[in-house]
Write a protein that binds this ligand. Structure first.
Ligand code: ADP
Ligand code: ASP
Ligand code: MG
Length: 429
């Protein structure tokens, strides 16, 4: 008997009818002879709504209490799915992350899974039950408090369970047919890819393609779990995320080998802000002091640029991007070290976006940067900060230019499909 972990995202369980539809799909997998473990997200935009509610009650809610609140979203949908399955005449049991044995670090809002102790899941599967686990949550090993794993992290719960339970693969059901060459919500000519390597998917996710949570892909690569991303609204085959070595080379309709595309996808994010520290004294150790202080607050930095010192004053400007959600804490931290470092002022801009092109093909092909920048220039998009990795080039642009930039890059690398990509549901929030 094979064992399958299926994860359904918020847009797939947005209302009562959707939950009943998902229940039928889960039952069909069970009836095909599989042990089924379902990981479920909160209904629709519930997590955002709960966050808004918390902020109405308190501008700075305690992280522990926020986790207590947010975990209820997944708990609701898990229980409701179990009820829908009961009505279809099948045994099903829902569990919170903690009950399912998802053991985490203690960092509220961004906890890491450190162990899975799936005793109760095994017991329920042995009884012939379908098991439903509330995604995105666990319990801290140290404090025994309930934790959440970061926005979008139900994907990570699913892959972690698939690894711990030795599942054959992990299915991630969402509101598009699979992984596309760009977000189909802003690039209608995006093309679905049948397979993609863990490495490319990690870069896409890290660059803003929220179709998969970054840590879920990292986990899958480490534990060698194959992921099948597909739509819960259609029966079409989705996209397999797997080891590069297992990916079959592209062929044309007659089966002849085709050249691999240079770029496998274009990703974007609007969730970052840019801070510029102006007039930092050009002395050894000043940058270290600034970033030490920011790291001490647990804030991650993305792109960093230090410009050439202004010769007259022997000072330099340091700009960096970070998640907008962390910007306030970063500005507070910088204010607290302003005197010590002796910089002049700080500038803040949250009207930015980042557009990235990603592909293993760029390792061996020169000219990718030139083609990318030419496409943006022809589309009238002005470039801000630039950063690269071995298989990625990213540029910061005005928030208002992101869609134009994504579409221009997509076309320039020959990725445009003939038809329009389908987006089945969701608000894109
Ligand atoms: P779920 O609620 O199922 O977890 P998400 O909203 O987190 O769904 O992720 C699915 C969304 O990811 C899609 O609706 C799409 O707008 C977005 N997305 C961004 N980049 C891509 C991409 N390259 N391929 C597919 N979807 C993408
Ligand atoms: N409900 C959580 C969120 O909206 C987790 C998830 O959907 O994966 O971030
Ligand atoms: Mg998601």
């Amino acid at each position: 008997m094979s064992r399958v972990v299926q994860k359904f995202g918020g847009s797939s369980v947005a209302d009562a009818d959707s939950i009943k539809r998902v229940a039928k799909r889960v039952l069909a997998t069970k009836q095909a002879g599989n042990d089924v473990v379902v990981v479920i997200s909160a209904m629709g935009d519930t997590t955002d709504d709960l966050l808004d509610l918390a902020l109405q009650v308190s501008p700075m809610p305690a992280a522990r209490e926020l986790d207590m609140l947010l975990t209820t979203g997944e708990r609701q949908s898990a229980a409701l799915l179990a009820m829908a399955l009961h009505d279809l005449g099948v045994e099903a049991k829902s569990y919170t992350g903690s009950q399912a044995g998802v053991i985490t670090t203690g960092k509220h809002g961004d906890a890491r899974i450190i162990d899975i102790t799936p005793g109760r899941i095994h017991a329920s599967l042995d009884e012939g039950s379908i098991v439903i686990v509330a995604g995105f949550q666990g319990v801290s090993q140290d404090t025994k408090d309930v934790t959440t794993l970061g926005r979008g992290a139900s994907d990570t719960t699913a892959v972690a369970l698939a690894a711990a339970l030795g599942a054959d693969y992990c299915e991630i059901y969402t509101d598009v047919d699979g992984i596309f060459t760009a977000d189909p919500r802003i690039c209608p000519k995006a093309r679905q890819v049948p397979q993609i390597s863990y490495e490319e998917m990690m870069e896409l996710a890290a660059s803003g393609a929220k179709v998969l949570h970054l840590r879920c892909v990292e986990y899958a690569r480490r534990e060698n779990v194959k992921i099948h991303v597909r739509s819960s609204f259609s029966e079409r085959p989705g996209t397999w995320v797997m080891d590069l070595a297992d990916i079959s080379p592209l062929t044309d309709k007659e089966g002849n080998p085709m050249e691999q595309p240079l770029i496998s996808g274009v990703a974007h994010t609007l969730s970052e802000a840019q801070i510029t520290v102006v007039g930092v004294p050009d002395r050894v150790g000043e940058a270290a002091t600034i970033f030490d202080a920011i790291a001490a607050r647990g804030i991650n930095i993305d792109t960093i640029v230090q410009n050439v010192s202004r010769i007259s004053s022997n000072r330099t400007d340091i700009s960096f991007t970070l998640e907008t959600a962390d910007a306030r804490a970063a500005m507070e931290t910088l204010t607290s070290i302003k005197e010590q470092v002796g910089f002049e002022e700080m500038l803040f801009d949250d009207q930015i976006g980042k557009v990235s092109v990603i592909g293993v093909g760029m390792k061996s092909h020169p000219g990718v940067t030139a083609r990318f920048f030419r496409a943006l220039a022809d589309a009238g998009v002005n470039l801000g900060m630039i950063s690269t990795s071995e298989i990625r080039i990213s540029v910061v642009v005005d928030a208002g230019s992101v869609q134009t930039a994504v579409q221009a890059a997509h076309a320039a690398f020959g990725l445009d499909a003939d038809g329009e990509a389908v987006v089945y549901a969701g608000t894109g929030r």
